[in-house]
Design a protein around this ligand. Structure first.
Ligand code: CP3
Length: 341
């Protein structure tokens, strides 16, 4: 077996040449897999996350079936919030719901620092996985802005209007909220890495709701705090968001080694915006996976052609796997990327 440091995934994270283009899929574990759905019929989402044997099993499912080059720790971005006592529910087909939402400075009292003892199942799940995996394990967390958007909106949002109202209307409260979330996120990632995760991904899924000036002023400092807080651990970091074409260089400035790119920006354009020192991850439109194979193949080839064999490319989707995706298509994508790259 390849030792993790020489694995194509970790070499690509370091922007170094590898003998193939590594590939994994955001949301590779989950409802697209029948074996996941079967387990979910018997157990709740948080039960799986908090039971190390189950969380490890679900993490392994896509690795076995799809032949991907990395595993992603099975959890959710709201887990650290729940672990410190925030009332959060995962509503099927909707996403995280927080009741009541965070709206004023007084709500800051509902957050406290995360201690490793709040999430004992995390280190235990990672420990089980290290014994089974032959590919690197990615730890992950939600970024301060994306977590704040769920707390303030009380659930998913299209406009982020209440989040922005707090950000512009009460900048001091906003700064305190993001700083508290940065501490929680950083602590949650640290637990995963200290237990043995080889890389981390920070999901700022909804940061693309902001323009570059506001991102730089209201969000970047807190995300940079997360990456700074992990620097001593020496593992590579990935920074991802949707609709972030205009934010890509700032997302690299926050301190990540790899920047995730969605399908709205061609990967060669993204690389130009980021410069040669930054690795990229992406960027197949997840909806393409529901199209005929000839269309999928053309898109995969186009992404690889645009990267033109430059080191530092991790093949992925531009956002998570859609639940209705046929896992056989994902398997064929992995095989095609490996054959071509
Ligand atoms: O394979 C993996 O990627 C690992 C697991 C993972 C989950 N959530 C499990 C999950 C990861 C990396 C996440 C991250 C996550 N969670 C993000 C960032 C990634 C992104 O998509 O932008 C966000 C925004 C969330 C919040 C969240 N949690 C949403 C939007 C949903 C889906 C709601 C739904 O039912 O459609 C969840 C629930 C969730 N998290 C599921 C899974 C497998 C589905 C739960 C189920 O089994 O019912």
């Amino acid at each position: 077996m390849t030792s993790p440091a020489d694995s194509p995934f970790l070499l690509a994270c370091r922007n170094r040449p590898a003998d193939r283009v590594p590939v994994w899929f955001m949301r590779q574990a989950g409802r697209s897999l029948p074996e996941y759905r079967a387990l979910r019929e018997k157990h709740g989402m948080f039960d799986i996350i908090c039971t190390p044997e189950l969380a490890a099993e679900v993490t392994m499912q896509p690795v076995r079936r799809l032949g991907v080059d990395a595993a992603i720790f099975f959890s959710d971005i709201v887990v650290p919030l729940k672990a410190i006592g925030v009332d959060v529910e995962l509503k099927a087909g909707v996403g995280p719901v927080i009741n009541p939402p965070f709206r004023t400075a007084a709500d800051l009292d509902r957050l406290r620092p995360l201690e490793p003892g709040d999430v004992p199942y995390v280190a235990e799940t990672v420990r089980i996985l290290l014994g089974e995996l032959h590919v690197p394990l990615i730890g992950f967390a939600g970024a301060p802005f994306t977590l704040a958007s769920y707390l303030v909106e009380g659930g998913p949002s299209r406009t982020y209007a209440r989040t922005k109202a707090l950000m512009y209307g009460e900048p001091d409260t906003w700064t305190e909220l993001l700083s508290a979330l940065a501490d929680i996120t950083s602590a949650f990632l640290r637990v995963q890495v200290e237990a043995g995760a080889s890389a981390v991904q920070l999901f700022d899924s909804w940061a693309g709701a902001l323009g570059p000036d506001d991102y730089q002023r209201y969000v970047l400092p807190a995300s940079a705090e997360v990456f700074d807080g992990l620097a001593d651990l020496g593992v590579p970091s990935i920074h991802f968001g949707v609709n972030t074409g205009e934010l890509l260089p700032l997302m690299a400035d926050a301190g990540a080694d790899v920047v995730g790119v969605d399908w709205r920006v061609p990967i060669d354009v993204a690389r130009e915006r980021l410069g040669a020192g930054v690795a990229v991850q992406g960027n197949l439109d997840p909806a393409v996976c529901l199209s005929p194979w000839t269309a999928v193949e053309a898109k995969v080839r186009d992404i690889l052609d645009r990267n033109a064999r430059r080191p530092g490319h991790i093949f992925n989707l531009g956002h998570g796997v859609l639940p209705e995706t046929d896992p056989q298509v994902l398997r064929r994508i992995v095989d095609l990327v490996h054959a071509l790259g």
